[in-house]
Design a protein. Structure first.
Length: 151
């Protein structure tokens, strides 16, 4: 396995977070209960800056649109927009965007003694065991995911 410097990426696939303006979105005063409804809450609002919330290192943060269904068990679906950060060192268990033999993939990184695998989040996709002959470049760590929920 090799962690190498990045190869050039076609800019149509990513958007840099560095130059994006702050985007403040109103939030409720307390978290939303997923269980028993909370009694009446104070309706005062505070603001959430998405960039501040998700982007830790603007110069190394990018967005990728997902294509395919191999990561559904990780709650990543086609059309989602992944927030990725190049400044984070990938470790076992991280969701990563990697290049394997020139193909860009989002998978879960598995590093065990003597083996490196990229694991899909869907039963129809087997683990990709990386061997000496594979050209692997772990490019970024996934730190967030935007998705649209049908309404």
């Amino acid at each position: 396995m090799m962690f190498v410097s990045p190869s050039p990426i076609n800019e149509e696939f990513l958007l840099a977070a560095l130059d994006s303006p702050a985007m403040f979105i109103p939030t409720g005063p307390t978290p939303v209960s997923a269980g028993f409804p909370s009694p009446a809450e104070d309706y005062a609002q505070k603001r959430l800056d998405i960039k501040e919330y998700l982007v830790r290192n603007p110069i190394s943060t990018f967005f990728f649109t997902v294509k395919g269904d191999s990561m559904q068990e990780a709650d990543i679906f086609e059309g989602d927009v992944l927030v990725v950060d190049r400044s984070i060192k990938p470790v076992h268990g991280h969701l990563v965007v990697a290049f394997v033999n020139g193909e860009r993939l989002v998978k879960r990184l598995s590093i065990r003694v003597g083996s490196v695998m990229l694991l899909a989040g869907h039963p129809k996709y087997p683990p990709l065991t990386l061997k000496e002959r594979n050209d692997l470049e772990v490019w970024v760590v996934v730190i967030g995911n935007f998705k649209r929920i049908p309404a």
